[in-house]
Design a protein around this ligand. Structure first.
Ligand SMILES: CC(C)(COP(=O)(O)OP(=O)(O)OC[C@H]1O[C@@H](n2cnc3c(N)ncnc32)[C@H](O)[C@@H]1OP(=O)(O)O)[C@@H](O)C(=O)NCCC(=O)NCCS
Length: 162
């Protein structure tokens, strides 16, 4: 798993693999649909960074989902996860998150960390189901979603790794 591009898991027609810089165009297209909040620049940097893995979930030649995970000194951080709207509700994020946890465990990270908008109930349910607990809040961390005025809290969540 440690070699660049050496990670690949196939389940039926679905394949999860590490994306490379030349996957930038399908990744940006997917994020424009999924709207997880990652910018084009953040995704381009993640694809090019040795310490950051972007896992892609392919349905045939369509990129249906992705997750970004970064290696920190002691922990790992889930920086983004998103699934194409027409592919949601099929267990793809759960499967991607399972691979993220496997990867972070392989890195010997002590914990997997993330932050999420307090209003993102789907994502929070996904994380809780995967064993994340809420550690705290950053008050007013995000601009309000969907062009609304004001600010929104970030929930800080973590999951201990074996
Ligand atoms: C959050 C998101 C990644 C879930 O992807 P998905 O592939 O639809 O999720 P899955 O089908 O794997 O569902 C796994 C779990 O997530 C939660 N979940 C998913 N969709 C949900 C919904 N509409 N309502 C409530 N919980 C939901 C549930 O806990 C679900 O488990 P269950 O099916 O046993 O109830 C997807 O909705 C998405 O891309 N949202 C936009 C981007 C985003 O918000 N990303 C997270 C912030 S970075």
């Amino acid at each position: 798993m440690a070699a660049f591009g050496g990670f690949r898991q196939a389940v039926g027609r679905c394949v999860i693999e590490r994306l490379r810089p030349d996957h930038r165009a399908p990744l940006l297209k997917l994020e424009a649909l999924a709207q997880s909040g990652a910018s084009g620049q953040q995704l381009a940097e993640a694809l090019a960074d040795d310490q950051t893995w972007v896992l892609g979930d392919w349905q045939g030649d369509v990129l249906a989902g992705y997750a970004v995970i970064a290696q920190l000194p002691f922990d790992a951080e889930l920086q983004a996860i998103g699934v194409r709207p027409e592919c949601q509700g099929q267990g793809r994020a759960r499967r991607l998150l399972g691979e993220v946890i496997t990867l972070a465990t392989h890195w010997q990270a002590e914990r997997l960390l993330l932050e999420v908008r307090a209003s993102n109930l789907r994502a929070i349910a996904l994380y809780r189901q995967a064993g994340f607990q809420e550690d705290g809040r950053r008050k007013g961390y995000y601009p309000a979603a969907d062009g609304a005025t004001g600010r929104e809290d970030a929930l800080l969540m973590s999951r201990a790794l074996a």
